[in-house]
Design a protein around this ligand. Structure first.
Ligand code: 5GP
Length: 188
């Protein structure tokens, strides 16, 4: 990742933000690469993308537009943090899938993998519904934070274990609409 200048930080939220972690331009370029990889890997078996709400919503909508295949989409909503900034390890399904996934080639689209507990839970939950295949595409992977070993087929960026916001990621439901990923330095 390149160094960023302070003037890249949106002024309306600058009082709560530290460094630019990933700029909008870097996000755009990397998401296109991931889409191209998925297009190549799934050419003979168009995938079902399952976005994990709410955090992955922005990533999912950009990613799906870069995949040149007839993809289907669905969403799940899980809650793992409540209002805190560290994982409780407790995952709760807030919204389940709309359709059956048996026999489908599923790609779980996640915003960020921190402890890995959420993903571990989702893998077991979805795996039990007999998909033809099950892979994960995570935009961000926090280095050194995993409590559960994970095999992630597609990873956008590996980042340091700072708490980050923007591009779908929130703090208490705020700051999801930032166009890049930023370090959060405010009060949650
Ligand atoms: P895990 O279960 O891997 O510890 O946590 C995964 C979930 O925690 C993510 O889907 C995301 O909702 C939330 N999360 C983890 N790290 C961060 C972070 O740095 N910023 C924000 N906004 N959410 C995070």
């Amino acid at each position: 990742m390149t160094d960023h200048r302070d003037d890249e930080i949106p002024q309306w939220a600058a009082h709560e933000l530290g460094r630019v972690i990933i700029s909008p331009q870097e996000l755009h370029a990397r998401v296109a690469q991931l889409g191209a990889e998925i297009t190549r890997d799934y050419a003979s078996r168009p995938p079902l993308l399952i976005g994990v709400l709410k955090g992955a919503m922005v990533f999912m909508s950009d990613l799906m537009k870069t995949i040149e295949l007839p993809v289907d989409i669905d969403f799940m909503a899980v809650s793992s943090y409540g209002a805190a900034t560290k994982s409780s390890g407790v995952v709760r399904i807030v919204k389940d899938l709309d359709a059956e996934i048996a026999g489908r080639h599923v790609i779980v689209v996640e915003d960020i993998v921190d402890s890995g507990l959420t993903l571990n839970y989702l893998r077991q939950y979805l795996g039990a519904r007999s998909p033809a295949s099950l892979e994960v595409c995570a935009l961000l992977f926090k280095e050194g934070e995993q409590r559960v070993e994970q095999t992630i087929r597609y990873t956008g960026f590996r980042i340091q274990p700072d708490f980050v916001v923007g591009y779908g990621l929130d703090v208490n439901e705020r700051l999801r609409n930032l166009d890049g990923i930023y370090e959060f330095t405010g009060t949650p």
